[in-house]
Design a protein around this ligand. Structure first.
Ligand code: AMP
Length: 279
């Protein structure tokens, strides 16, 4: 992959990159379309499919994460992806001998809150694999989804801090008609859980309503209580966190006004879902 990318870069070819963990859905496909738009028809669009073991905690779903490479390949082809990059875990993280892997990239501020609290080693895995993928694919532009807002902001930070010569573009969250953010993990939901899973989007919409109709800033504490109550109307739902923060810095807010960002993680049965939006 790196030899190919070096060759393309020598010829001044733009490389648009979409990193994924596969089991592709319309959210991923939208990122690929955006990458094409950004590099044009003379550019090359690369999509990677790699279920990255280092971003999963020991009790998480690494082994059961849905995988269907044949389907992913077909969808990539249909989406006009030029190169599908599918490294193996053993190639990315050699375990033995002189090549044993022992270097990690750690972002130390933005990755402390929200997902970072619930999943302590998650972002270390994300920044490490994204740094490796950037060095392999040598993209001129990389497209990330707003669905994983904290991740996108951390990647932005890493790219600025470590001077990666790549532009980061964040594309909007693609949703099902009922508002549920598309996710490979939606696959885990039973029919009944799938219905209950719309509560994340409904809670976000409720927060928007409250904040936009208020004549003054709303207490984050009270708003969290109100949303937690709404979410608890769904028997399978269990709130992990609800946070309000400034979009780019992720600085937490005590008072919430229109333009503030909300993010939440909610378990629906055994499936942990996340969502976020600007209010
Ligand atoms: P994943 O395969 O879940 O690691 O996601 C790969 C990329 O697709 C990340 O940049 C995600 O933020 C993005 N993505 C996942 N779901 C969506 C969605 N529903 N809308 C937009 N982007 C998404």
């Amino acid at each position: 992959m790196q030899a190919l990318a070096l060759d393309l870069r020598r010829k001044n070819t733009q490389i648009g990159f979409v990193p994924t963990m596969g089991f592709l859905h319309k959210g991923h496909l939208r990122l690929m379309a955006r990458a094409r738009q950004l590099v044009g028809n003379n550019g090359v669009v690369v999509a990677s499919v790699f279920v990255n073991p280092t971003q999963f905690g020991p009790a998480e779903d690494y082994s059961t994460y849905p995988r269907d490479l044949a389907r992913d390949a077909r969808l990539c082809r249909e989406a006009g992806v030029d190169i599908m990059f599918v490294p193996t875990a053993a190639q990315m993280y050699p375990k033995q001998g002189r090549k044993e892997f022992s270097t990690f990239v750690v972002e130390e501020k933005l990755s402390r809150s929200m997902e970072g609290l619930s999943r302590p080693t998650h972002f270390r895995g994300v920044t490490t694999v994204v740094a490796k993928l950037f060095n392999l694919v040598l993209p001129t532009v990389a497209v990330f989804g707003a669905k994983d807002w904290q991740q996108a902001m951390i990647v932005r930070r890493m790219v600025a801090d470590l001077n990666f010569p790549v532009r980061i573009v964040v594309a909007p969250t693609v949703r099902e008609p009922d508002g549920l953010a598309m996710s490979s993990r939606n696959q885990y939901l039973s029919q009944d859980e799938r219905r209950q899973a719309t509560i994340l989007w409904r809670a976000i919409c409720r927060a928007k309503e409250i904040v936009r109709s208020a004549s003054k800033p709303v207490s984050a504490h009270l708003l969290k209580q109100e949303l937690a109550m709404l979410i608890s109307t769904q028997p399978a739902a269990q709130v992990d966190y609800i946070e309000f923060f400034q979009s780019d810095t992720l600085d937490p807010l005590e008072e919430v006004e229109p333009g503030a960002h909300i993010a939440m993680a909610v378990r629906i049965g055994r499936t942990r879902l996340i969502d976020n939006a600007k209010l």
